[in-house]
Design a protein around this ligand. Structure first.
Ligand code: ACO
Length: 336
């Protein structure tokens, strides 16, 4: 531990997507809907889903390996693994523990999961920042991964159209040049709005007590309610995050938002006065991949050259809880 706060470096990012593509037209085989209805209301044309035994831990491991490679960090040098997921294959062992094993790390290191739904990457980065700043850990792996396709109700056309599977990972380390890549970060939650998106974990009562009526274990969402809540808070929140950092919207090069609904993204974009080339969107191809959506958008846009490095970006997300958060970060050369 040290008295001086240690700056954080974003050293590498990576992402992973399952191969199977489900288009809006495919969904018409499940229920009455249309590509036109889905696309105009959400901006989604297709999403990726896992098949066979593949799950969020597998996708997360793949993304983690890519991020570590970019960061040029040996898995053995990782001091802490944080995984953000709301669609894990099991409640325990934590995905972070599965990734510890999958990376073949021989020494025990702390590894835990957080549940902040689609705000997971921002929450994970915020936790990592505290640990790096305090000097407690030097190299931290953050994995945000979700396997929504196993948890949505495929008979519910208002939720199952939205979600897809995927993973993103970020390696953060102590910065050795004095520059902190996290210019500003903030996380929030308001549990009073928790009923807007819920996933009930079912079980059974002790047979010696009154029986309990099991519920369907699927994502339940009040889509209209989520939309109204987020459209009301997010644009203002993002604006405040920028001004609290002593910056103006034009000081930031890119907006990398959670990919939940193109209309929500456009509302934030309009508030910041950004042109389309400053806003990263891939919702058309992947739908809402929950916690993974921001790191996938970041890593893929850098990989494709749509986001240049040596720049700054504002990442923002919201999700079940309700949780939300934002971070203004520096994107160094070589992260992807
Ligand atoms: N195809 C055709 N019709 C449909 C479909 C569909 N897939 N889904 C719903 N409808 C119908 C409804 O039955 C309803 O018909 P009715 O008027 O006859 O009753 C009508 O369309 C309107 O339904 P709404 O649910 O009110 O539609 P809305 O315009 O609100 O769009 C949507 C729904 C797309 C889900 C929108 O509310 C939305 O995107 N909300 C935000 C969701 C979100 O961002 N979630 C984030 C989750 S983050 C996390 O943490 C997991």
């Amino acid at each position: 531990m040290t008295d001086k706060l240690i700056p954080l470096k974003i050293a590498g990012v990576g992402y992973s997507l399952p191969e199977t593509v489900i288009t809006n037209d495919d969904l018409t085989k499940l229920y009455e809907t249309s590509d036109e209805w889905i696309y105009t209301r959400t901006g989604i044309k297709e999403r990726r889903v896992v098949s066979g035994n593949q799950n969020a831990a597998d996708l997360g491991l793949d993304a983690a390996k890519k991020a570590l490679e970019k960061a040029k960090i040996n898995p053995e040098d990782i001091d802490l693994i944080i995984s953000a997921s709301s669609a894990p294959p099991k409640l325990y062992p934590a995905i972070a523990c599965l990734i510890h094993k999958g990376l073949g790390i021989s020494k025990p290191v702390p590894a835990f999961d957080i549940t902040a739904a689609c705000s997971g990457l921002i929450y994970g980065l915020s936790i990592a920042k505290g640990y790096i700043a305090s000097g407690m850990y030097k190299n931290i792996l953050i994995v945000a991964t979700d396997n929504n396709s196993r948890l949505v109700d495929w008979t519910d056309r208002s939720t199952s159209i939205l979600f897809g599977d995927g993973a993103g990972a970020m390696v953060v380390t102590q910065s050795d040049d004095g520059v902190d890549d996290v210019i500003a970060i903030d996380i929030k939650a308001d549990g009073n709005y928790g009923e807007l998106i819920e996933l009930h974990l079912d079980g059974q009562n002790c047979p010696l007590v009154e029986q309990y009526e099991p519920q369907k274990q699927v994502i339940k969402m009040n889509g209209r309610g989520v939309y109204t809540f987020v459209a009301k808070i997010l644009p203002h929140y993002v604006e405040e995050l920028i001004s609290n950092a002593g910056l103006k919207a034009e000081d930031i090069d890119y907006l990398i938002p959670h990919q939940a609904n193109i209309r929500i993204i456009q509302a934030v974009q309009e508030r910041l006065g950004y042109s389309d080339d400053k806003v990263v969107t891939n919702i058309k191809y992947y739908g809402n991949t929950s916690a993974a959506s921001i790191p996938i958008a970041l890593a893929e846009s850098v990989e494709k050259g749509n986001v240049k490095l040596g720049t700054t970006a504002l990442m923002c997300g919201f999700g079940a809880g309700m949780t939300w958060g934002g971070a203004i970060v520096r994107l160094r050369e070589g992260i992807c």
